[in-house]
Ligand binder design. Structure first.
Ligand SMILES: *[C@@H]1O[C@H](CO)[C@@H](O)[C@H](O)[C@H]1NC(C)=O
Ligand SMILES: *[C@@H]1O[C@H](CO)[C@@H](O)[C@H](O)[C@H]1NC(C)=O
Ligand SMILES: *[C@@H]1O[C@H](CO)[C@@H](O)[C@H](O)[C@H]1NC(C)=O
Ligand SMILES: *[C@@H]1O[C@H](CO)[C@@H](O)[C@H](O)[C@H]1NC(C)=O
Length: 346
């Protein structure tokens, strides 16, 4: 069985291999793979997880540039997976069709750690193709702690991140729709050189805590030409993050744009060089916000907001150094460093 699967994998890889002869005699391999080559069904009902994992493994083991296609006009149901690197070459995941999550939160009970599509330790990765990644989060929202007793489902604190990139470098997510996320739609944790452009990220206004893009301890992140319409923050930046550029973004409904909460559990969070401009916020609770926990350490420096148009925004500019004051998480002695604000121009 294992042997057969491996043979099929190899055959699929060979079938898709195209060798391009470049001027000067250089040879660059370009491999074209499709999920269907690996036995995916794409009817929205079947479990296509194994096909996706096999296709990823094949793509990851191939040098040069590998295009992995999620064919248009079909829906591939994928259970929580980790797609790990490092890979031998560059991977271009072309999402032309739909990738959908199982709807029932019960499916997440074992071993997933709050993630759905988890890319870890990958360099040179791009997602594009005009298709849809659908977290189908309705049951997660219904079962969240904000309106129930958290007895039916897991508390929404551990609801999965839809697309989670962890420890990745040179990641581009471009021209796709990410919708109905169980909680965060896109998360970049300890990533460097990230582009998140031309995205449509949507969940209904009543989906509690659904975040558009969450940036955690990442550097050189560009979030441009995107439309966010969610229940929580459109863009949120936490941890040690720097050189973050947000431009030409439309946000609303939702909670707005947020830097922080920084300094949870007296952590030392250092945020610097954040520039956000040319944005439209409409029908949001907040506009632009910087929030820190009481007794946290670190700083937020060189933060610039410019050319932001707000329409029907309840709290346009918020700087809150005691957010979550009801929380128990920052008990104990304050840390030595005090928060310092510099050049927070608006
Ligand atoms: C779907 O397939 C994956 C990979 O084989 C497996 O881990 C998961 O348990 C399957 N889900 C169901 C509900 O069968
Ligand atoms: C939540 O718990 C309280 C106290 O146990 C109970 O009175 C209430 O009915 C519960 N609500 C729901 C929606 O289960
Ligand atoms: C941020 O950097 C500081 C100083 O290097 C470190 O103490 C802290 O643990 C880092 N925080 C995170 C969330 O990585
Ligand atoms: C802070 O502590 C609480 C309680 O121990 C924990 O649930 C939470 O994840 C911690 N947060 C961070 C950012 O470490």
């Amino acid at each position: 069985m294992a042997l057969r699967a491996r043979t099929r994998l190899l055959l699929a890889a060979l079938a898709g291999a195209v060798v391009l002869l470049l001027p000067g005699g250089a040879v660059e391999a370009r491999v074209l793979l499709s999920l269907d080559d690996f036995g995916a069904v794409g009817d929205g009902i079947a479990n296509d997880t194994q096909a996706f994992v096999d296709a990823w493994k094949s793509a990851c083991a191939t040098g040069g540039t590998t295009y992995l296609n999620v064919p248009a006009g079909r829906s591939y149901q994928i259970w929580p997976v980790t797609l790990a690197g490092p890979c031998r070459g560059e991977i271009k995941l072309l999402i032309s069709g739909n990738i959908i999550a199982p709807e029932d939160p019960e499916e997440w009970w074992d071993g997933d750690q709050g993630r759905w599509l988890h890319f870890r330790g990958v360099g040179d990765l791009s997602l594009s193709g005009g298709g849809i990644v659908d977290g189908r989060g309705q049951q997660w929202w219904a079962g969240s702690c904000e309106d129930e007793n958290c007895t039916t489902y897991r508390p929404y604190d551990v609801a999965p991140m839809a697309l989670h990139f962890e420890g990745c470098r040179d990641v581009s997510v471009k021209g796709i729709t990410v919708q109905n996320g169980q909680r965060q739609h896109l998360v970049f944790t300890r990533c460097h050189d990230v582009e998140a452009n031309y995205l449509r990220v949507t969940s209904p206004e009543y989906s509690p805590g659904t975040v558009g893009v969450l940036v955690v301890s990442s550097t050189d992140v560009h979030i441009k030409h995107d439309l966010f319409s969610v229940g929580g923050d459109c863009v949120s930046i936490v941890g040690n993050s720097s050189d973050i550029r947000v431009k030409a973004v439309s946000c609303g409904p939702g909670l707005g744009i947020s830097i922080g909460g920084l300094g949870e559990n007296q952590s030392n969070d250092r945020i610097h060089k954040i520039k956000m401009d040319t944005m439209l916020l409409s029908n949001t609770k907040n506009g632009v916000r910087i929030k820190t926990y009481k007794n946290g350490c670190g700083f937020a420096r060189k933060v610039k907001f410019a050319h932001i148009m707000m329409r029907n925004v309840a709290n346009p500019i918020v700087i809150d150094q005691h957010c979550y004051s009801a929380s128990n998480s920052n008990r104990g002695t304050p840390c030595g460093t005090r928060w310092r604000w510099r050049r927070s121009s608006t």
